[in-house]
Design a protein. Sequence first.
Lengths: 958, 495
Amino acid sequence: MRFFSQFKSATIILGVAMIGYTASAEIDFARDIQPILNENCIECHGGVKASGNLSFIYEESVINFEGKSGYTVVTPGDLEESEMYFRVTTDDEDDQMPPREDHKALSEEQIKLIKQWIEQGAKWNGHWAFETPSKPSVPTTVFNDQARGPIDRFIFSRLEQEGLKPSPVEEPGRLLRRLSISLTGLPPTIEELDSFESIYKKDRQKALENTVDDLMRRPAFGERWATMWLDLVRYADSGGLGQDQKRTIWAYRDWVVKAFNNDMPFDQFTIKQLAGDLLPQPTIDDLVATACQRNTQTNNEGGTDDEQFRVEAVIDRINTTWQTWGSVTFGCAQCHDHPYDPLRNIEYYRFMDFYNNSADSDLENDEPLLKVPNQTDRYNEAIALRKQALDLKTTLWETGTRLRDTTEWKGLNSISVSSNNSTEYAVTKKQTHAEFHTIGTVETKTHTLIDIPGSEFVGQPLAALKLTVLPHNPLTAVHDSEWGFLVEDLKAWVVNEAGDRFPVHFRLSVPDVAWIPTDPLQVIYPNGGNWGADTRIHHARQLVLVPNSPITFKAGSHLSLHIHCDKTGHGSHPMAIQRGHLAISSDASWTQLEAKGTDTYAQRQELEQTLCQLSSMPGTTVPIMQDRPDSFARPTHVFERGNAMEKGDRVVAGLPATLTKSARASQNPDRLEMAHWWVSENNPLTARVLVNRLWQQLFGVGIVSTLEDFGSSGDKPTHPELLDYLATRFQQDYEWSMKAILREMVLSHAYRQSSRVTPALVEHDPENRLMARAPRLRLTGEMMRDQALAVSGLLSTKLGGPPVHPPLPDGVWQPFASGDKWITPEPGDENRYRRSLYTYIKRSIPFPTFATFDAPSREFCNPRRLISNTPLQALVILNEETFVDSAIKLGEQLESELSDATENPLGQAHRLVTGRQANADRLKELAELFEKIKEESPEHAGTAVAQVLLNLDETLTY
Amino acid sequence: MKLESLLNETRRRSLQQETRRQFLTKCTTGLGAMFLANQLKASTENQGRPLHASDNPLSALPPHFPGTAKRVIYLHMIGAPSQLELFDYKPDLQRLDGQPCPQSFLEGKNFAFIQGTPNMLGPQFPFQQHGKSGAWVSDRMPHFAKVVDDVSFIKTLQTDQFNHGPAQLMVHSGQARIGYPSIGSWVTWGMGTENSELPGFVVLLSGGRQPRVGKALWGSGFLPSVYQGVQCRSHGDPVLNVANPKGITRDIRRSTLDTLKTLNQQTHDEFGDPETLTRIAQYEMAFRMQMEVPGAMDISKEPAHIHELYGTEPGKESFANNCLLARRLIERDVRFVQLFDWGWDSHGSAMTEALNGGFKDKCRQADQPIAALLSDLKQRGLLEDTLVVWSGEFGRTPMRENRGGREMKMVGRDHNPGAFTAWMAGGGVKPGISYGETDEVGYSPAVNPVPLRDYHATLLHLLGFKHKNLNYPFQGLDQKLTGVKEARVIRELIA
């Protein structure tokens, strides 16, 4: 279908699109046969539906495959034994395919192609994008003299076939403007124009190479290219959906800027974002990179189900990964096998398993979080402390749980359980213990009040108490989790016969998990951490409590235990204990655990100290990826028909078979291997997809125009060999250096030629897919604003840091959650005029200037912006506060220069905004306007002229 | 979806389209070409996709077939008003009042706030039959009751979302997630607009709280951003940036734009980019918009009897003012006017959000202007081809909410995605009928359930669209307002 998008308005250029697609003697399955199948057959024999078990998506269900009819679908080289050929040619209405009731017969041409294909051996080659690219040979063309390298020769060769020729080189000022905006998002200054033009006169190539290198060394380079990436990974400073609360995650945005500036090789860039947390010795930066996956939306609306939105976030991670790195619409396989591409439904869920075990669970606090120091020179210190704390916690936890598992516990049988409110508990006898559980409606803020008679402790002092919490329905919860519980405080007393209460102090608690959700080791401290299943419970959870010293019970006394679960899930669901039981031990080892003088005591002290050091370090936080411990791994199931409520077979992590034919993967890959796989030597997609994105950023249209779909329903590349050349060059020769491949692209003639267009060329190639001229692109909203600030001298060049709140029109900022304030810095504060990249991005209230200029609001992966041209855009540049500030500033400069009789101030200003001198006509127009307004309203003359300059078509394009 | 080997077909059509093609080739690169590209694709593959003029993506277009509605006013009561206190009369529920809810109502259901076993809650206000149609309306809507014969109810709307954000998105985009085009965007894409000096798709908010998912409710999703709703305000700048900067008079602006136009014309002569011509046109349109918008949005000059009819107070942000504005915009041929009112979330968790509290105020604020809007449109002959739609995002439970597992001080109901009421008027809707019946307590449909996709298909049908054909390729799928499942036009609702 999208094949035809390259026709654009030109059915006239049918010939253009047809190059390479006319039937040749050698039948190419992907080129000649697959389109016929896709059009005529796959509705019934495809990914969604495979009537008679026949699917034309998969080789194994076609070639030498015996269909339901008992005949072989296709026998290579044997028409007689190929049922498919019989079915498309027979006149027998019962057997005819496609069925004539609602389908038309194949054309003679199509039947001929199928016949030839079978006769030639029915070779089944995959879709082009799923086959590893190889380095093509570079063609020679009549325009070789103009070619600056292989890129041009691929493009020229096509131009030659079309009877077109490349355009002459762009004039130098405009060329510098194009380079400068393409590479840094900012226009050149007058000084830069002067210097470039003078060097260019002497040595064009050198001037260009030096300039390109210089531009790519500027911090502005990373700021400009980060936007492309942040659109893909849907970066925003708010959580989206119900509350759209503020989210602190800007350290990730800065990481992306830095990665582009440091030219981090794309393989590293990939691995760190997909699995930086699983690297052997992850640095702070490696962990910050994983926040890529934490840009998913969370829903903190009251009464929402965290599990539903956790799963949605996981699904978004799958789809975004495949869109961003593969340009594959894997999301189609959520409900059924992919309708066009050989990707199975089950493979979608195997991929889900890579992400399903991350610790985040739609919590409002965005845990797990990483502390990121303000000063980068403290990163090593911070990561060392973090590691030390985690190691110590793990050691302590392992020691504790080992003891727990070797202790001989005595289950408690005669407990009584009640609550502080209307929640009712009943106690049921089990073989080794008594189990308590709620009945009926459970109220929020339930405290579980447990009474244990002294008789349970006869003959053995209480050295440790073990609390086990179960789901309300343990059988179904393993499969489909329940709302969990959260113990926030726990109090105990020994009550004597007279009713006097003596508080019991627990010295230590040993949870069943070292670090989820916050700090479970501290449950017994007031206002400390907490322990529980937040927010879902699958299976039994255990906590051991160790009193200061073993407690001996006198006759008639008993133990009273109050467990406080005050939290409500989203203001609605009581996070109460719904089922559980208790056990005790008198084992003296518990008394020794972490007792003064022991190793474990020292470890505990060290842990406290480490945590204290870490938290006192000035810095920000960022949500990161961190897997739950294996013992708490969530099982991954196929969702029946894509519905998360209906869980089917259990699956384990894996990569799609079609793609692992070329790029191999092990049987049981983990997330780190998955990350490596994307950038492995033979991965057919990643390099092509990325060079196509870079190309689109520079040329306006991708070599594959559907940046979002490289599958068989996407557009085909206009220059397949160029695409493969760039991909292999990027991956092999440049070892994934984005700067290197960009450099080669912008130094091509295709990029540096003129963007002037003749009516004949518009007619031949309206969308400039053939590149007989340079693109003429409109600035993005962000570039538009940055340019206005830059040319008026207002722009701050400060790099990075928390998001800023530039002027916003009145009435726009009405956030649902009122705590999120928009406080605009006063004039004079540099945060008023920072680069647009740093503007606070709230998903429910997109910054109007950017939204008007087609910026996405970053809910989901956005592979390309559709560019519009509307009156509302005109109103922004004419009337929006920042643009008006810029116009006034620029106008003031103009006025003072005009009165100082500086040489040609209008011409220079024109040059500043467009890259070139205004001709006499234009200067006259501008001067006349200035004089005219000067007479009527002297104080606005400069502003008016500046507004013309800022709104010129040439200013808005590059 | 049809695929690339439509080659021959394309060839044939390309010959047929000779005339159109000649027109097209005079145009454009850049944006114009982008639109043309998609449109041409549309013309080869799918007769349903709109083909806008290359220099105006909002050019007025005929839909697939002559529809009965040309414009839409959508009144959304954010928070989800209780159907059981307004239009869905359930005398049996009164008898069950205070009794524990049967377990069968609770099994397999998700509630936002109800815990365990709640009690049933009878209708909180008396109902009466009104008009020739004999429609049941509660005493909270006395003005509306008088125009009820112009209205047609759907009592059995169903959604699959029980939280506000996702449910509002379901109503407006057919999807529970942010990132899909709203109804207004689909319609504006499909039909463009007749008045190029006003936005084609206008959004009006009553003031106070914004909808939770904000602009996503009127976003254009994967459709070009030009089709997103434009929020207009009844005070301050009616459209963002529509006012000139301080000190810049209309004369100065005109002179500025004249110079700009001359220079841009030169640029076009030199570079030959058709997009430059489009830009010149957009600046001129912006200039006219600066005149037109403030006029259209100024209700102060409406006569006294109109203010009395609507209960409007110029200068305020209110639902009443927005109803009057809606009429003014419709008169000026705006294609889609979307109103959002708020405060209808009657859980009983606070005085303002309780059936025996804020709900009564909300009814008072909405009743008169809605009735006024319907009768005013009718008296101007506009109701015939203007479709007015009213809904929330889900219904409310026949059980009384027991948030936190306790009896609450105020009276309220929890969210019920199973059944809710919407109504439509004008635009070719069969007036005076009620479609679908809920069970004896108004919990689920008993007869004729209406999933949102059927509702959407019906709205599009009234406008003249085949819902299947109004689609846009995105992420490997021909995306539709009605989604992937089969949708049905509810013919019973059409006159």
